[in-house]
Design a protein around this ligand. Sequence first.
Ligand code: 5GP
Ligand code: MN
Length: 334
Amino acid sequence: MKSNLLNPAEELLIPYSDTVSAITEALGNAKNVLIGTHEHPDGDALGSSLAIMHALESKGITCTAYIPDAAPNYFAYLPGYERLTTVKPNIDAFDTVILLDYTQLPRTHLEAEVLAHGRVISIDHHYDNTKKATINLVVPEAAATAHILFPLILALDIAITQDIATCLLTGIFTDTGSFMHDSVTPEILQISSYLMKKGARLSHIAHETYQKKDLPSLRIWGKALSRISISPTTGASVSVITKEDLEECGATLDDLSGIVSMLNTLPDTKFAMMLVEYGDGKVKGSLRSEPHKGVDVSKIAKRLGGGGHKLASGFEVAGHLVQVDGKWRVTRVG
Ligand code: 5GP
Ligand code: MN
């Protein structure tokens, strides 16, 4: 009996078959590919970048995977992690550029270069991707960019190896909030099951990404949790971490990844917002909500210059976090 296991994956790209053909054709001629993604790369950005790198290299295509800033070290288990480079590439040296999961070009730190290049393939699941590449495969129905890459890699007639499977499952696992978000469908579980059959170890991925916290990380979580407040006007649960807090705990911005989902578990709140001041006067905001709460947090993020999904969005502004009359405020610079 013929298995229909892969049908759900193939179905995802049926409405985009012309775009998929254009990508297949473009990659058929590619020899030297630059892979790019967004700043503060997360599991989907990194997993997708390395999955497509391994896939194309199996076809004899040379790949360079550029990340605008360093990847969190808890993703070091990803095959090919050591090849991710933060050294800004000379984009003209590549015949083709693939951009993944990035929403807007400024987040790739390659905006001007990409607009001048002329052979840029964009693959993203953010509905508000600005589609400024040469070929734009934007699939908002997908739970992760890695979810789009799975059928795309199969369409390119490339076998899913254990390395590719580990990278793709990482993207799916992290972008679905450990298989807890509304985006988890029977199809996502079928694809994940297939990836496990190809050698991806789900328990290992879960352990490395979320279940392994060092002392600085636990200390900074403690500080953030002790500072939760609920806004009576917006119904938001909010917490803040300043640069001094990070220094005091010896923690980094990456250590706070996931905390906003914890704030979002509070009953009777409308959405959650985590604000972190880091580096040289930057404030990163992360927003989350849940389907029954009826709030589209991407609209809030957009008003602040960011973007994302209805239930998970973010923004970044130049500024500082200061406390005025017991209330935390962002003072913007510039
Ligand atoms: P996180 O809170 O995990 O950093 O991001 C959640 C979601 O919001 C992600 O899907 C991410 O793409 C989006 N996002 C986060 N920060 C920004 C930002 O500065 N600009 C835009 N456009 N989207 C962001
Ligand atoms: Mn993603």
